[in-house]
Design a protein around this ligand. Structure first.
Ligand SMILES: Nc1ncnc2c1ncn2[C@@H]1O[C@H](COP(=O)(O)OP(=O)(O)O)[C@@H](O)[C@H]1O
Ligand SMILES: [Mg+2]
Length: 267
């Protein structure tokens, strides 16, 4: 019987794999007085998982941190209000009722259109435009320290909903923050790279140049794109950490992404 090659995981890799598999929250759909909500609640063991996730992020040199329960609760509520103009009422002390927003997440769109021939490409355009809009908003840092330009800190294709009919995208899931001291352009570059790299793991490899072009041109900031290029180079110089930080992106796709961002000649 042929044996399948197995990839040995380092202890740090095992922690990453655990964090990717164990859910932090429960989510339940419900309707109250004709309004559709998603009830989101941290699981009882989530505080331990948050500590582990933040230890892991620090070890890898990631810029994001998971928010502890009370900070998440107030921050997600506040951002639904400030960024989306929607009220997200509390349900008891540990759950939020998030108003259901229209659209499908970008992961779903890209899985259906990996060649970027229609809805996938439109989803990327709208997500990048909306990310640029949010990055221009000033919001309080969830752990205190005053207002600053917003950054998401987990800007994956799962965390943006796209309404193709209305041509609108909304970013969701505000459970993370970038560390406070980082300059806005570095935090924004990290969001842009998260969007690009999570999309790059899903689409047809031949479409990687189109992915970079679509996202970066619609985001529309050469300063942030330049900072993202620097970030790509710094991860490329640390291949072991990079594989853990971008676990779904195989080496060939990462190399193609490096070449495509460099080739665009954006400084
Ligand atoms: N307000 C919302 N309206 C509609 N769908 C949502 C909303 N919030 C989350 N979702 C869906 O639920 C999924 C998980 O929600 P999310 O807030 O990202 O939690 P987590 O990733 O922490 O489990 C999202 O990828 C999205 O598909
Ligand atoms: Mg999410």
């Amino acid at each position: 019987m042929p044996t399948r090659p197995t990839r040995e995981l380092s202890p740090l890799g095992r922690v990453g794999s655990l964090l990717a598999r164990v859910p932090f929250n429960t989510t339940t759909r419900l309707e109250i007085d004709g309004v559709h909500y998603l009830k989101k609640q941290r699981r009882a063991y989530a505080p331990m998982l948050v500590l582990l996730a933040n230890w892991y992020a620090a070890r890898l040199g990631l810029m994001m941190r998971m928010l502890p329960g009370p900070a998440w609760f107030g921050y997600e509520q506040l951002l639904y209000d400030v960024l989306h103009g929607r009220h997200a009422p509390a349900s008891g002390k540990r759950a939020l009722l998030l108003p259901r927003l229209p659209g499908r997440n970008l992961l779903d769109l890209l899985q259906r259109d990996p060649c970027l021939s229609g809805e996938g490409r439109m989803g990327l355009q709208l997500a990048a435009i909306e990310l640029a809009r949010l990055h221009a908003c000033r919001t309080p840092h969830p752990l205190g320290g005053g207002r600053r330009q917003f950054s998401h800190a987990d800007a994956t294709i799962r965390n943006v909903l796209v309404d193709v009919e209305r041509r609108q995208a909304v970013w969701i899931d505000f459970e993370t923050a970038h560390t406070h001291a980082l300059p806005a352009q570095v935090r924004h570059a990290d969001d842009l790279l998260t969007l690009l790299s999570t999309a790059a793991a899903i689409i047809q490899p031949a479409e990687l140049p189109a992915l970079c072009q679509t996202v970066l041109s619609n985001y529309g900031s050469s300063v942030v794109t330049g900072a993202m290029k620097d970030l790509v180079q710094s991860w490329d110089a640390r291949p072991l950490a990079r594989r853990l930080a971008f676990p779904d992106l195989e080496d060939g796709r990462w190399q193609a992404l490096c070449e495509d961002t460099a080739r665009l000649g954006l400084h």
